[in-house]
Design a protein around this ligand. Sequence first.
Ligand code: PMP
Length: 404
Amino acid sequence: MNREDFPILQDTVHGRALVYLDNAATTQRPLFMLNAMTDAYLHYNANIHRGVHHLSQVATQRHEQARQKVADFLGAQSAKEIIFTKGTTDSINMLAFSFGEAFVREGDEIIVSQLEHHSNIVPWQMLCQRKKAQLRVLPLDANLLIDTSRLEDIITPRTRLISVAHVSNVLGTVQPIHDIIRIAHSHHIPVCIDGAQSAPHHMVNVQELDCDFFVCSAHKMYGPTGLGILYGKEQWLNLLPPAQGGGEMIEHVRFEQTTYNQLPYKFEAGTPDFIGSCAFGAALQYMDHIGRQDIYAYEDELTRYLEQQLSTIDGVYVYAHGIEKTGAVSFNVFQGDRLLHPFDVGTLLDQQGVAVRTGHHCAEPLIDYLQVPGTIRASVAMYNTKKDIDRLTCALQRAIQMLA
Ligand code: PMP
């Protein structure tokens, strides 16, 4: 699907045509997005929201159009609910700080799950340390899915918020977030969904999900680095204090007291990445042009093929085998009882031009739970093909022979 739109895919690595299967870490960028970015720098580079001059007005208009595109993409009720951040990590840190200031007191509790990315653990842990609150952990079931049957036991009258991944960045598994949101809401507890791995591969509709917050990163969705989204329901965002102070987020500043701007600007202190937002808007436009439903159906087929092909190789153990996945598959290679170190396998794959991710994938608590030093993760995007996956399995078989 449209490989020629991604110039980097024509490159060679160690003399072999590049097979890029590390899309869960970051996707490659289409020329359409890169051109939009250059165009913004060349033709409407001016600081936004402040200028009466033409360039500033064009830049402001493009930035706000991009915000509306993101709102449409995520199914938000209003563009006011879309806050531009630096990425998923920044979004969660902002939320943890702001929500913590308003709603978390000593003895309160925040719930995350065993399979979270560090970005969805550490900001909550820091909040808990700051407020003398407690971090509670939802366990996994036998299928390595978040065990929703345990949620009622873990929720207490002190639970203030639940934050979980939509799709595991390690396993690629789709988590039962509908149930989590339903149960949490029956206790009037808000839910934050870490959508870093779902927004690139799923029709996400935050209103249908009824999640209170949703976060994702542009660089995993064919967009620029350094840009992310914090979605929040308007009624929640109105209740939260700004996480940072500075220009743009204010209404009036006096030494005695400052009043804050309206949504979403209250949460956007300083000059925002207005070039990045326009480029992200172009990336979303590119996905729409190809057809999001078609992209997602194609990626699902590729993910199934990936799991199937890996499972046929002697000694390969696929985690959460047969469980619904999107975009990524994690595995390890065993020779008898001996685990081939994921780093060694990944290095041998790289020498054959195949890029995968190895290690703890920024989810050490999950890797500890799996009792391995790490996994090998292959992850797909719209431009991958079954041929790429065949190159991976072929290279993997060679690597296994070499390590025998
Ligand atoms: N959460 C998940 C599930 C992720 O996959 C990632 C990126 N690997 C993050 C959070 C952090 O995203 P970023 O590094 O773009 O802030």
